[in-house]
Design a protein around this ligand. Structure first.
Ligand SMILES: Cc1cc2nc3c(=O)[nH]c(=O)nc-3n(C[C@H](O)[C@H](O)[C@H](O)COP(=O)(O)O)c2cc1C
Length: 188
């Protein structure tokens, strides 16, 4: 039996011994306990508040309320294959239109593949330096990973915002920034 809202609050007031039903509370129902009451207001539901946090790139707060990082799952798609020439092979997810995504930018991340979790750094956006198409993607560089996994399923957990996505003047400038992103991300 799952209790929520007022029923759950009433039950919580009872001494433990009186309670013979199993009370499960998804982590996000603790929104108000996390001091989010002011932001939640009376109109907004916890789900709406978590959506707002993700839309604003506040990934640590979203993770705290979800009880897990905000995660995207999908099959690895082909990119433009420029990553290899830059020296940074990456894996691309193309989320369906309308999928909730944080603002375009670079995020410290973790990627699960085949039951193993790899530290990663991800770019959410349209890669404006190398593409004029406005296709939203989530592209990740995985540390200490060297496999061809096109077509295979991965889970990308976006954990912390690093910087906004930018349009660089040249591939060299993009590569210099990626060097810094990847070096910093290893110790993040
Ligand atoms: C950590 C990271 C940060 C990135 N930042 C940007 C960026 O700010 N601007 C941009 O145009 N592309 C950015 N990209 C995407 C690169 O343009 C892309 O990795 C490269 O062009 C290779 O893409 P491909 O595998 O589709 O060929 C980033 C990618 C990663 C992994």
């Amino acid at each position: 039996m799952i209790l929520q809202g007022d029923a759950l609050e009433e039950l919580r007031k009872l001494p433990d011994k009186c309670c013979s039903v199993c009370v499960t509370s998804p982590p996000y129902y603790n929104a108000r306990d996390y001091g989010a009451a002011d932001q939640l207001g009376t109109e907004s539901s916890p789900e709406e508040y978590i959506r707002k946090l993700v839309e604003e790139g506040r990934m640590e707060e979203a993770e705290e309320m979800l009880g897990m990082p905000y995660t995207l799952v999908g099959a690895v798609e082909h990119g433009n294959h420029i990553g290899h020439t830059l020296g940074f092979p990456t894996v691309n997810l193309l989320p369906p239109a309308g999928k909730l995504l944080p603002p375009n930018g670079v995020y410290y991340a973790a990627v699960r593949h085949n039951g193993k979790v790899y530290k990663a750094i991800s770019n959410v956006g349209t890669k404006p330096t190398v593409s004029s198409e406005k296709v939203m993607g989530v592209e990740s560089y995985l540390y200490d990973f060297d496999q061809d996994i096109y077509g295979q399923e991965i889970e990308v957990a976006l954990k912390r915002f690093r910087r906004p996505e930018r349009r660089f003047g040249s591939l060299e400038e993009l590569k210099e920034q990626l060097d810094r992103d990847i070096a910093d991300g290893r110790n993040a």
